[in-house]
Write a protein that binds this ligand. Sequence first.
Ligand code: HEC
Length: 164
Amino acid sequence: MNNRRFKTLTTAVVAVCTLATMFVVSNVQAKKPFSGAEAEDQVNMLMAAVKRGDDLWHNPKLGTNGLACGNCHPDGSASNPHTWPKYQTNLGKVGTLREMINWCISVPMLGKPLAPDSDDMIAMEAYAMYTHRGVAIAPAKDEQHGAVPVVSGPGYPNADSGNR
Ligand code: HEC
């Protein structure tokens, strides 16, 4: 076998082996697609967090002066979750949505900040984000954006309104 044929043969063997390995590995690693029921469960879990956030958003128990987020941010309005992270003068740094939520709990509502990873904080974030679904992510953008009230999901009256 001359040198050129040997090189061609080696390249072919390497290519076949690589493809075979990729095939085996992808089959081993491939996950089955979620079933319709599993996907539905996942949406329901998210909607339960949104519902929990909605309840907290409209509940003065996070503060001590009778105010709730909803008094100043009805339906999540003016919370602008799509603009975070950004520099915020009250925080004095580039901060996160969760830090801003805690600022509003501590300052206008005179309450105790939530643990950033708590289920309550995740629920608040889920509610704020969900009411802004479809709004373009725009870090630092200083704008007020109309939020969409949540009307469907577990605990909401119109389960099939399509407002997801
Ligand atoms: C008494 C009124 C009041 C209440 C109650 C209140 N906020 Fe605010 N919130 C404000 C004001 C005023 C600002 C703007 C602060 C600034 O830009 O200096 C703000 C800003 C925010 C922002 C940032 C908005 C942006 O433009 O990026 C978020 C997020 C937010 N609030 C969430 C909440 C949440 C969640 C609650 C309830 C835990 C809450 N707020 C309760 C008055 C309030």
